[in-house]
Design a protein around this ligand. Structure first.
Ligand code: SF4
Ligand code: SF4
Ligand code: SF4
Length: 316
């Protein structure tokens, strides 16, 4: 019986839904798992059930599965305690492995985030920042980080959210005592994409929300590559695996949508910015026409110091 901690930090809970989406396999695995701490399902308070405790309480476990990135002092304290309590730490989802969408805020800095959230957003009645002392709101860290910006991580399962097949494969490898058997693909979404490539552009650059050309009566394998149609598909610089282990077409491509990069970089030492400029040029697009290059290409991987605060021009 493996004792499991499941924690969510700066998380939207989509990764927890992905765990449930394992489906029947999860039902088969449950007798071998004991969730000793899982706030998404169990009302377990951190400082005693009535707040009487003085120290953070997380029980010991064999494995801690942690989703979400690290943006405030509470996330960091909980993560460090998970690391201390568990033998193996699994980073679940791209927020945990690479920063994910929340790390886009690293381009702006905390003051700009507060200004926009509490005063400048068109749908917000302007007001002061919340009173952090009175309401015990944990202080924000300077940047939103991935888990391994702060602690050692043993297994990384990227994806926003990760495909349930990968979560099940990781749990099975852990139950077998062979986490090294879990091998994530080190190839690109393009390498698993069945669309037709002619290695030349087939139209001008388009907005992502425009509809690509395809025949709805025909399979995706008879659609022209979306990058060659002029869509900024991030398949060339994104890790494969989003369709799981059954060899199906990448998730977005199968719905005729460009890849947005949610599986993060292909390898830890990838250079997506440079590689994508090369991919654009190879089919005849001018990379200089790409707006907000860093925000676009690093949408899911702004942790690890990739995105920094830059002075923003004042909005008119
Ligand atoms: S990786 Fe995606 S699904 Fe998972 S917590 Fe982050 S935003 Fe949500
Ligand atoms: S660029 Fe996009 S559509 Fe083209 S092959 Fe790669 S993943 Fe498929
Ligand atoms: S196609 Fe790209 S954005 Fe879509 S699920 Fe796969 S990796 Fe994520």
């Amino acid at each position: 019986m493996a004792r499991i901690i499941e924690e969510w930090l700066n998380s939207c809970s989509g990764c927890e839904i992905a765990i449930l989406n394992i489906g029947d396999v999860l039902v088969d695995l449950l007798p071998s798992l004991q969730f000793v701490h899982i706030p998404v399902l169990i009302d377990k308070k951190y400082y005693g059930q009535t707040g009487e405790g003085k120290t953070l309480e997380i029980p010991e476990a064999d494995v801690a599965i942690v989703s979400g990135g690290v943006k405030n002092e509470e996330h960091l304290e909980v993560l460090e305690m998970c690391r201390k309590r568990a033998n193996i730490l699994v980073a679940l989802g791209t927020c945990a492995t690479d920063g994910g969408i929340p790390a886009l805020g690293n381009m702006y800095g905390n003051q700009a985030i507060r200004d926009f959230s509490y005063r400048e957003s068109p749908t917000t009645v302007p007001g002061p920042d919340p009173d952090t002392e009175t309401y015990h709101i944990p202080a924000m860290l300077e940047n939103c980080g991935a888990l391994d910006d702060h602690v050692k991580v043993d297994i990384k399962l990227p994806g926003c959210p990760p495909h349930p097949d990968w979560i099940a494969a990781a749990v099975l490898a852990l139950l077998d005592g062979k986490p090294e058997n879990l091998k994530l693909p080190e190839r690109s979404v393009c390498d698993t994409c069945p669309t037709i490539r002619e290695r030349k552009k087939g139209g001008e650059l388009k907005r992502m929300l425009q509809t690509p050309e395809f025949d709805p009566e025909k399979p995706v394998s008879e659609m022209r590559c979306l990058l060659e149609q002029g869509f900024m598909c991030l398949g060339p610089v994104t890790r494969a695996g989003c369709s799981g282990l059954k060899g199906e077409a990448p998730r977005c491509i199968s719905t005729r949508m460009p890849c947005r990069g949610c599986y993060g970089p292909i390898k830890e030492d990838s250079k997506p910015l440079m590689d994508y400029v090369g991919a654009l040029a190879s089919v005849g697009y001018d990379p200089a026409r790409m707006l907000d290059r860093k925000g676009f290409l690093c949408r899911f991987n702004g942790a690890h110091g990739v995105l920094h605060a830059v002075k923003q021009p004042k909005q008119k």
